[in-house]
Design a binder for this molecule. Structure first.
Ligand SMILES: Nc1ncnc2c1ncn2[C@@H]1O[C@H](COP(=O)(O)OP(=O)(O)OP(=O)(O)O)[C@@H](O)[C@H]1O
Ligand SMILES: [Mg+2]
Length: 260
């Protein structure tokens, strides 16, 4: 199993949309067994797949209670394409609990919980909150690859510095972190976006992360797909951004040596 963490400390850059569409494409188009983890108290990925609620245990319980194994908290989406570990506002309390409880290791709980299911899934994709809460730190420590979606506006590179600063600390707990790569989202073919993409590439060269050639174009079909609760790549497969997400997943699989 390869674990992909989708994170940027900036909000609204398409972390959830990217995690959901990548998970769906890996499962439906590439026939991979995929686990999607919602690591955000907002629960957007859970809401998207209609598994948001307070009746069943989710990521918060997995991280804090010794009672649950990963298979106890994973749920299928309605048409059984990906399995999801949901999140909700109890993750706030769980984050605090992890911080207070130093009787058990605090940063490696998710990685440990994933260990027994490494043969059950090909990919685990983690949709992170735009913060460095204990649950997000657990996600980063569990990751093989960190993918950073970037919206190329005036404040595009804010937050990127901060997460890069954290990488050394994360690597102390996670020597497996193999790849850090950014990609542009909500891209528009205008001068500002072209210049910002150049800046992002230069920053990548300087700071040692790669930048995907594929950019995800901006289209109103994405908002529509969130209302429909259907991944864009299924809802509007011919839309520009759906084409781009297919290309992004192919580029990712080429990068990791999975396909030529
Ligand atoms: N390619 C795109 N074209 C147009 N709109 C997009 C695109 N990608 C994402 N959006 C829109 O941008 C908004 C933010 O997307 P999303 O929720 O995935 O961001 P996020 O980074 O997960 O946010 P948060 O930090 O709050 O978790 C949503 O309204 C979504 O529909
Ligand atoms: Mg999100």
């Amino acid at each position: 199993m390869r674990t992909i963490c989708v994170e940027n400390l900036k909000g609204g850059v398409a972390k959830t949309v990217s995690a959901v569409n990548m998970a769906w494409l890996l499962a439906a188009a590439h026939q991979k067994r995929v686990l999607l983890i919602d690591c955000d108290k907002q629960g957007n990925a859970s809401k998207f797949f209609d598994v948001h609620g307070y009746e069943n245990p989710g990521l918060a319980e997995l991280l804090t209670s010794g009672k649950y194994s990963l298979t106890d908290v994973a749920q299928w989406d309605t048409i059984r394409t990906v399995e999801i570990i949901p999140a909700n506002m109890t993750l706030l309390k769980a984050d605090r609990e992890i911080l207070m409880d130093c009787t058990r290791p605090q940063q490696t709980r998710l990685r440990k919980a994933l260990n027994p299911v490494r043969d059950l899934y090909d990919y685990c994709i983690i949709d992170c909150a735009p913060d460095l809460s204990m649950s997000v730190i657990n996600a980063l420590v569990a990751a093989d690859d960190l993918l950073i979606p970037v919206k190329l506006d005036k404040f595009a590179l804010d937050g990127l510095d901060l997460i890069l600063e954290q990488l050394d600390a994360i690597r102390e707990f996670n020597p497996n972190l193999a790849r850090v790569a950014a990609f542009a989202t909500q891209y528009q073919r205008n001068l500002v976006n072209q210049q910002a993409y150049g800046l992002l590439s230069a920053m990548g060269l300087r700071s040692g992360f790669s930048v995907f050639q594929t950019v995800i174009r901006k289209t109103c079909r994405v908002d529509e797909s969130t209302f429909a609760g259907i991944p864009l790549v299924k809802y509007a497969p011919k839309s520009t951004a759906a084409q781009d997400y297919r290309a992004l997943v192919s580029e990712y699989l080429r990068l990791t040596g999975e396909v030529e």
